[in-house]
Design a protein around this ligand. Structure first.
Ligand code: ZN
Length: 411
């Protein structure tokens, strides 16, 4: 394993004077508005984001991939890569797995490895959007919504397998995203497709341990362009209500039509106590975080704690650098949302003072709070500037030396 500790220390020493100056400035700046830097830093340190095992390689489009080399060849190497990210930023202590790409062969050894890197498995994702080698029935025309009972059964069994593999590694969440849908008008009966899906999900739900959650993801288009069986949050919610309390809606930022008001969706779901998790997949999300933080701080809201996960694909950047950047960006946005003047905003909203309300949001959005995030990482032993340490350590070059032009499983 590459040992980043020394590199982190050297880099932090070099940046120390400048960092202290910036931190003092932002701390004083937010104190003027009654916010306490120590409180914000404590919250940032507690905020952990799961890294997807499928995003450690170069992603791509259906037209192809531009390989970078040094990609993890197995689950052990994926854990190693995420361990490295976590050592640098101390903010990504868990992994989302994708079955069958990440079937654990030796769970005891993997648990040991996870412990060494101070990591855990947060969720398992099933995969019925493609056929696997040796699979008897095809998902060409759907999986849980398929017209054929045998194909539905096969997809149900796969999801139950995912629960079993996840349980061996301490996961507590099953994420279901279905590619089921239709490409042509008339191809699929909408109501019957929903019912078949609901029945199949019930079969899976019954097999979940009582401390597990099923997260149901939606997507309005892709891979089917006429209709998706679960295209929107309303359909996800209807399925969750059908299944029971252990089923929750998963919002993926990248799964909406342009101009969809995602912050309103998030607020609605939390109002119903039905937002279970969040896939970060995109960059414009201050207003969404503002709603999340608002609901998290409101004692009236009974939504359970959320699973925070990245779900992204990297076509042009180094995937590990991109993940470091993403975590940094998420934490900065979270910190800004924490700094919104909630009392002032509520007053402005009650008085219909549109300008004042908007200004309050703008004030928090335009603060440069990066020193608070850097300080949170430093205090946990991470780097003030994780991406620069990644480059100083020549991590990609070393991975290519060790693993060659390997290509990881993923999206
Ligand atoms: Zn997703």
């Amino acid at each position: 394993m590459m040992q980043p500790t020394q590199f982190i220390e050297e880099s932090n020493v070099k940046l120390d004077a400048r960092h202290r100056e910036d931190l003092a400035y932002i701390s004083a700046r937010i104190a003027r508005d009654g916010a306490d830097a120590e409180t914000i830093i404590r919250k940032i340190r507690a905020f952990q984001i799961a890294i997807p095992s499928w995003a450690l390689g170069t992603g791509g489009t259906r037209f192809g991939r531009f390989q970078i080399g040094g990609e993890p060849r197995n689950l052990e190497e994926k854990i190693e890569d995420i361990g490295l990210l976590h050592a640098l930023n101390r903010s990504s202590n868990s992994i989302s797995l994708h079955i069958p790409w990440d079937i654990p062969r030796d769970p005891a050894a993997l648990l040991q490895l996870l412990k060494e890197y101070e990591l855990g498995i947060d969720s398992v994702n099933s995969n019925t959007f493609q056929d696997q080698p040796g699979q008897p029935l095809s998902y060409k025309f759907g999986s849980l919504a398929h017209t054929d009972a045998g194909t539905r059964r096969q997809a149900v069994e796969h999801n139950i397998d995912c629960i079993r593999h996840g349980a061996e590694l301490g996961a507590k969440v099953l994420t279901v995203w279905l590619a089921d849908g239709s490409n042509f008008p008339g191809q699929q009966h909408f109501r019957r497709a929903w019912q078949r899906t609901a029945d199949a999900l019930s079969d899976i739900y019954r097999e979940m341990p009582s401390d597990w959650t099923m997260l149901i993801e939606y997507k309005p288009y892709e891979p089917n362009f006429y209709s998706m069986v679960i295209p929107d949050w309303g359909t996800s919610l209807s399925l969750c209500q059908h299944l029971g309390k252990q089923a929750q809606v998963l919002v993926d930022l990248g799964h909406h039509l342009p101009n969809t008001n995602i912050e309103q969706i998030v607020a609605r779901l939390m109002h119903f106590g039905r937002l279970g998790g969040f896939h970060f997949n995109g960059s414009q999300f201050f207003l969404i975080f503002n709603e999340l933080v608002d609901a998290m701080q409101d004692p009236e809201v009974k939504n359970p704690p959320l699973a925070w996960m990245i779900d992204a694909s990297h076509n042009v950047k180094d995937p590990l650098e991109d993940l470091l950047q993403s975590v940094q960006n998420i934490l900065c946005t979270y910190a800004r949302a924490l700094l919104v003047d909630r009392t002032g905003l509520q007053q402005a909203q009650e008085q219909n003072d549109v300008v004042a309300a908007e200004e309050i949001l703008r004030n928090a959005f335009s603060l440069d709070i990066r020193p608070l995030v850097a300080e949170a990482m430093r205090r946990d032993g991470g780097a003030l500037d994780p991406a620069s340490v990644f480059r100083t350590m020549k991590i990609r070059e070393k991975l290519i030396q060790k693993r060659g032009r390997s290509v990881a499983t993923g999206l």
